[in-house]
Write a protein that binds this ligand. Structure first.
Ligand SMILES: [Zn+2]
Length: 253
């Protein structure tokens, strides 16, 4: 038991050290992104009409739609919102104009009051309204946050889908994938994928958009990580850094 305890303590110490190093590195990157952004507003034209890139962050599911769930009852909708909120905090601090499709536990079918009775149409209107919200916000980028699930429990790892309508979407997805591999999951070999019509939001949208499937709730180890606040912040930092690099136009150069 003592040996086990010592091993556990050593493991925790290593993990904390890793987190500190990781946070310092990514914070530095965010800082560089913020400097780049601030540096743009130096001309008279920019000073007259300052404009910040608009990023819409979409926490998938909500309310009566829990999304996928883990064996312990953890609901996808709750983890989606927690990651989305962390991501929004980081990108707001970096100077972006961030809008969230939802900030609490609900579906968005009645966002625009189209019907008096949504019975049988909740899911349709929910997705339609997420699309409308993003389009009307004039988003430079949509990041939709989801969690994955598969019948076989061995599968794990973040995966990014991109909208086939705007070419920038694929670039953003590729940067998220490469940063994930570099900073978070060196063993992750998952390729980015173009969204098919089964992903309504990405398939319909006419703006740069990606959906990040942050991990598999069907994998016990990954589920444990996703429930950890520090890991979720790391996840959000990786996505934020990738978004910042993509929007600065330096991705792939
Ligand atoms: Zn989902």
């Amino acid at each position: 038991m003592q040996a086990q305890k010592r091993y556990a303590n050593r493991y925790i110490a290593c993990f904390v050290l890793f987190c500190i190093l990781f946070s310092a590195l990514t914070a530095f990157f965010i800082w560089c992104g913020a400097i780049l952004l601030c540096g743009r507003g130096t001309s008279a034209e920019d000073a007259a009409a300052p404009s910040r890139p608009i990023i819409v962050i979409d926490a998938g599911h909500g309310g009566e739609d829990g999304g996928a769930s883990g064996t312990d009852g953890t609901k996808e909708k709750d983890l989606n919102l927690l990651v989305a909120q962390s991501l929004a905090d980081i990108l707001t601090a970096a100077g972006y104009d961030v809008r969230m499709t939802r900030t609490d536990d609900r579906l968005l079918y009645d966002l625009y009051g189209d019907l008096t009775d949504y019975t049988g149409h909740k899911k349709t209107y929910d997705l339609r309204n997420r699309l409308r919200f993003t389009e009307e916000a004039g988003a430079d980028l949509l990041i939709s946050i989801h969690m994955n699930k598969f019948p076989q429990p061995q599968y794990s790892g973040l995966q990014v889908y991109y909208s086939p309508t705007a070419p920038e979407s694929r670039t953003v997805a590729e940067v998220i994938r490469s940063y994930t591999k570099l900073y978070l999951q060196p063993e992750n070999e998952r390729e980015t994928k173009a969204a098919t019509s089964s992903i309504y939001l990405l398939h319909r949208i006419q703006r740069p958009a990606v959906m990040v499937e942050c991990g598999f709730l069907s994998n016990e180890e990954e589920l444990t990580r996703l429930k950890d606040e520090i890991y979720r912040r790391q996840l959000a930092l990786v996505i934020a850094c990738a978004a910042a690099e993509s929007l600065s136009g330096t991705a792939g150069k």
